[in-house]
Design a protein. Sequence first.
Length: 135
Amino acid sequence: MGAFRRFAFAAAARDAGFVALAAATLMLAFSFAPALSLSIGANIALAFAVFMILRAVCLRDESVERTEAWLILQPQERPAGDIGRSLARDELQDVLLRFAKAAAGAAIILYGASLAVSLDAASRSLHAVVTQSHG
């Protein structure tokens, strides 16, 4: 089961790397507005977390055989029988949920940084909140 978990981790890490590259590109494109840039990164991280959770929830024993981690293994290395597929599904779900947890944590940090930047003393958003008239 160690080889399957390693390949599942590598596939999920590659997916996370591509998402991080896309997020960094968009954040750099909007670097003129730091709060917006951080919020964009947080939204992408949150969408990735939700996608990983959905992948983990929708995973079935039969669908494990169509995953990259399963297909990359040699037939003799694959877990045998129904119990093997069930164990492989559990391993893959664990990996996907760990990446979802990390992405959700990154989203929390980015949202917090966005809030901190937007409430900075030089920020116009704080000025608008403080000086808003109530009449």
